[in-house]
Design a protein around this ligand. Structure first.
Ligand code: SF4
Length: 344
């Protein structure tokens, strides 16, 4: 599998307006601060972290829904940040986005046929009749009845609406799909169906995914590799089994400790790592290791003064912690059933 996407040192700051005086407009939200990642063709990278950690902003920068402040994005050999005009249009055919909220992301005044064919119309693909035929095919592919092509979004359940979003994302036969928390607004029972659908479509069409979620138990079921984000940076990354079996970063360990295991005896013997305090403000992130204000094993002054590099801690596994190897490993974290975290 060749590399399809490479992101290096991606930075996205948002200016914060503090008052009417222009000189006070200097503060910035450090939403994404030096993220590097790569995704091979045909694989899924899970991007995980709490709300506000910068994972969705990273996804939106990759597809250029947001303009990055700095950094490089290379997709299929193209320098994405340099693309303009037709080249940018071509890129937007090959990379699609599935939004989190299946209620807000579909235009209530359009039929699902119009919604699914809109990307084809925007890119002038096919005649009206051909686009309608394609819409029916796509509805069938995602498990919806093509006869319902003239219905409106409100006539469908949340899970069905997300299937409509998936059909729309598939319309232009993209190579990469950024799935931005595509199941977090759905019931636990429906989440598995949508994840399974994405899994099947990946196999059928050779798709590549960046799958964004705040829950490690969700990405475990679809990811080949996982990257964990905290306050705008990646703190740990590796293949899913290595990361779930042997998390090296205290933040990943705390996320995994919140996910119950199916065996009640093991569950009783596990200890939940409860982090103290709130996530610090991204306007003024902590010095040194950004996690030091909440880390249960921080050591001072090193952790508050020195920024830990994301370094190799095992083959194909990186962590950004000065003391990455010395922590205990939570038991059987890789055995989690899908949606288990929501059950607690
Ligand atoms: Fe905790 Fe220090 Fe490691 Fe950061 S570098 S995760 S504060 S031990």
């Amino acid at each position: 599998m060749g590399e399809l996407l490479r992101v290096e040192n991606l930075v996205k700051y948002f200016a914060v307006e503090q008052g009417v005086i222009a000189s006070k407009l200097s503060k910035k939200v450090h939403a994404v601060d030096g993220v590097s990642l790569s995704v091979n063709a045909g694989e899924t990278l899970g991007l995980v972290g709490e709300s506000g950690c910068g994972k969705s902003t990273t996804g939106r920068c990759i597809i250029r829904l947001l303009e990055p402040t700095s950094g490089s994005i290379v997709f299929d050999g193209m320098d994405v940040r340099a693309l303009r005009g037709k080249a940018l249009q071509g890129f937007r055919r090959e990379v699609q986005f599935i939004f989190q909220d299946p209620y807000a992301s579909l235009n209530p005044r359009m039929t699902i046929g119009e919604i699914v064919t809109e990307p084809l119309a925007v890119h002038s693909v096919g005649t009206k009749g051909e686009r309608r035929t394609r819409a029916k095919e796509l509805l069938e592919v995602v498990g919806l009845n093509p006869e319902h092509i003239n219905r409106y979004p409100h006539e469908f359940s949340g899970g069905q609406r997300q299937r409509i979003g998936v059909a729309r994302a598939l319309a232009l036969s993209p190579k990469l799909i950024i799935c931005d928390e595509p199941v977090s607004a759905l019931d636990v029972s429906i989440q598995a169906q949508v994840i399974n659908l994405l899994d099947e479509l990946q196999e059928q069409f050779g798709l590549t995914y960046v799958f964004i979620a705040h829950d490690l138990s969700v990405v475990r079921h679809i990811s080949d590799r996982v990257a964990v984000m905290y306050l705008g940076t990646i703190v740990e990354a590796g293949d899913w089994k290595g990361l779930y079996d042997q998390p090296y970063h205290p933040y990943t360990q705390s996320l995994l400790s919140a996910v119950p295991v199916p065996d009640p005896e093991k569950q009783r013997s596990r200890q939940r790592i409860i982090l103290q305090g709130d996530v610090p403000s991204p306007i003024d992130p902590p010095t040194g290791c950004r996690f030091h204000t909440r880390c249960p094993v921080a050591q001072f002054p090193k952790c508050s003064e020195e920024v830990p590099e994301l370094r190799e801690v095992a083959p194909g596994h990186q962590a950004a912690c000065h003391f990455a190897k010395v922590f205990p490993i939570p038991e059987d974290a890789s055995e989690q059933p899908l949606g288990a975290a929501e059950a607690v």
